[in-house]
Design a protein around this ligand. Structure first.
Ligand code: X8Z
Ligand code: ZN
Length: 603
């Protein structure tokens, strides 16, 4: 049946019935028809979206918006007709769960077509401004984020040059997005209210289906904070040696532009400066990758090989034929921020990434491949279940794999690390590298949606957008703006996920639960070593355990999926703490005193 016919049928059915339908066999049939119709409408939307993301033009934008409107109409019809069933009282709990998802249609609930179209246009415009943003260092030298500005932020040690780029990026993106974002917030909320939620943030939180979600997050954050604060204090001390203490505020904050990353979200690019025992093994394998003429394709093949070694599903030929693994050189504007795509036809799965030949991007490659592996594993589920157990699960899959990939012994196995030393100093070096990736990120991952939830709920209004942003950045990350910011600036808009409207708490969740997954998969693999040394490569037992969980998609509440893979049904920071224990001890010794408050710690 075509999507159009199904839509029509659904609408007609809407007028025929008046009482709630209790027949569960009929309900199952209805759900199956919706599945077939959804696959078509979703495919059309994803394909149009892909076209826009890989070639930003006004025609492609219009085509994408058109498809998103068709999808919204389809969703509205499904919702209206699913609501004709007495699904809340179904005896079949799966059918009940399925229907609860059919009626939960997000911003597609907006009935005013003009507003819905405007909402979709705003979203694509914000994405275009972000993705085509450039910073001009001189009149004739204007650089995009990827790869140029990212590389500059990663490698420059010139305080003023970093400041020019940092500020330039925020002028080129955030400041231009603020008015659109204001309008977006109001339209998105208007749509979501029609779907029965108080605001967009509440809707996003509902995906975790945990009444204590925010408290749970806070508990996790508080548990992990001392480790972050120790890393922060050590990093600040080293950065002071590099840039001079006069560049640092007396409050104990670190200027936001000198942490090796445009948003100070991960600090791995400072490893040279922060390496505890310099002169040990070269655990940053970027030079090796360059020397061995690594290409983007090669990086994806390396990742595919790891998944295969676990007995998981390899990438289908469509993946290799249609993915965009490199930034195009034909002058097209594209959305460079890496993403993984499910076309909902059970065949077409793609990655879009402007891959740079670096270790950092090799990790992102595994991250994206994790998303695709999840898509492949749950492809036979109903469309509404083709999703992560919760959004954090989806983000964790590839990261779990890269926890193994990054161990020095594994890097040696795949020829990227000529020498591996097994002593305590090498171990601390390695854990420092991992901490700059995993621990440095925690407050950033935690705060983005603290900001957004407060914006969506109306607690933070447009005249306080930037102030609230910096309150969170200073208070939780312990970083400060390198120069005065005002409400003409809109610094949240300079981070992809704000204009791209991708919720962010999923990454904080992922950074915690990926260590729970890792620990349990390591046990399945029979790896009797400290957690940070474990490499599950070639363990089909670990692969089997992972695969069983992935296959569920979102068909079961996430605590069940968690129980299956981790043997416990809650998020828990213990595995993460265990992984970093030797470094925690080392940092405490280095820092001498345990400094818990940024404002009071200024060695
Ligand atoms: O956006 C991503 C992925 C795509 S889901 C590349 N990540 C976050 C970011 O870049 O800010 C991965 C970790 C955090
Ligand atoms: Zn991701």
């Amino acid at each position: 049946m075509t999507a159009f016919k199904l839509g029509l049928l659904l609408l007609v059915m809407n007028f025929v019935h008046s009482e709630l339908i209790t027949n569960e066999t009929a309900a199952r049939e209805f759900a199956n028809e919706v599945n077939a119709g959804s696959e078509v409408v979703m495919y059309n939307f994803v394909a149009a979206s892909w076209n826009y993301n890989t070639n930003i033009t006004t025609e492609n934008q219009q085509a994408m918006v058109d498809e998103s409107l068709k999808l919204a109409l389809f969703d509205q019809a499904v919702e209206a007709n699913a609501s004709r069933y007495d699904w809340k009282n179904f005896s079949d709990t799966d059918l009940n769960r399925l229907f609860s998802k059919l009626v939960d249609i997000g911003t597609a609930a907006m009935t005013d077509k003009v507003k819905l179209e405007r909402l979709n246009n705003i979203m694509s415009e914000m994405e275009a401004i972000y993705s085509t943003g450039k910073v001009c260092l001189t009149e004739n030298n204007c650089l995009p984020l990827d790869p140029d500005l990212s590389r500059l932020m990663a490698t420059s040690t010139d305080y003023d040059e970093l400041l020019t780029v940092w500020k330039g990026w925020r002028d080129a993106t955030g400041a231009k997005i603020k008015d659109l974002y204001k309008e977006f917030v109001s339209l998105s909320n208007e749509a979501i209210v029609q779907n029965g939620y108080p605001d967009t943030g509440a809707y996003w939180k509902s995906w975790y289906d945990t009444p204590t979600f925010e408290e749970d997050l806070k508990t996790l954050f508080e548990t992990l904070k001392p480790l972050y604060v120790n890393l922060h204090a050590y990093t600040r001390k080293k950065l002071k040696e590099r840039y001079g203490a006069d560049k640092f505020p007396t409050s104990g904050h670190i200027p936001a532009h000198i942490l090796g990353n445009m948003w100070a979200q991960t600090w791995g690019n400072l490893f040279d400066l922060l390496e505890p025992y310099p002169g040990k093994d070269d655990i940053d394998v970027t030079p090796q990758m360059v020397q061995q003429n690594y290409t983007a394709e090669k990086m994806f093949q390396v990742s595919d090989e790891f998944f295969k070694s676990l007995g998981l599903i390899e990438m289908p030929s469509e993946f290799w034929d249609h993915s965009m693994l490199k930034k195009p050189t034909d002058g097209r504007d594209v959305v460079c921020h890496a993403s993984a795509w499910d076309f909902y036809n059970k065949k077409d799965f793609r990655v879009k990434q402007c891959t740079d030949i670096t270790m950092e991007d090799l990790i992102t490659v595994h991250h994206e491949m994790g998303h695709i592996e999840y898509y492949l594993q749950y492809k036979d589920q109903h469309v509404v279940y083709r999703d992560g157990a919760n959004p954090g699960f989806h983000e964790a899959v590839g990261d779990v794999i890269s926890l193994s990939v990054q161990t020095p012994t594994h890097l040696q196995k795949i020829g990227l690390l000529p020498e591996v030393t097994n002593d305590e100093e090498a171990e601390i070096n390695f854990l420092m590298k991992m901490a700059l990736q995993k621990i440095a990120f925690l407050p950033f991952g935690y705060l983005i949606d603290q900001w957004r939830w407060s914006v969506f709920s109306g607690e933070t209004t447009p005249d306080n957008y930037n102030q609230k942003w910096w309150d969170l950045r200073c208070g939780l990350q312990g970083i400060s703006p390198p120069e005065d910011r005002t409400e003409d600036d809109f610094d949240p808009g300079a981070k992809f996920h704000i204009p791209g409207n991708t919720p962010y708490i999923r990454y904080f969740v992922s950074f915690v639960i990926q260590f729970q997954f890792h620990k349990s998969l390591c046990q399945a693999a029979g790896q009797n070593v400290p957690l940070h040394q474990c490499d599950i490569y070639q363990s089909t037992a670990a692969g089997q355990k992972l695969s069983e969980m992935l296959k569920l998609g979102s068909s079961k509440p996430w605590p069940e999926a968690m129980m299956m893979i981790a043997g416990e049904d809650k998020m828990n920071a213990a595995a993460l703490m265990e992984y970093f224990q030797p470094l925690t001890t080392w940092l405490i010794e280095q820092n001498d005193v345990y400094k818990l408050v940024f404002a009071e710690s200024n060695p």
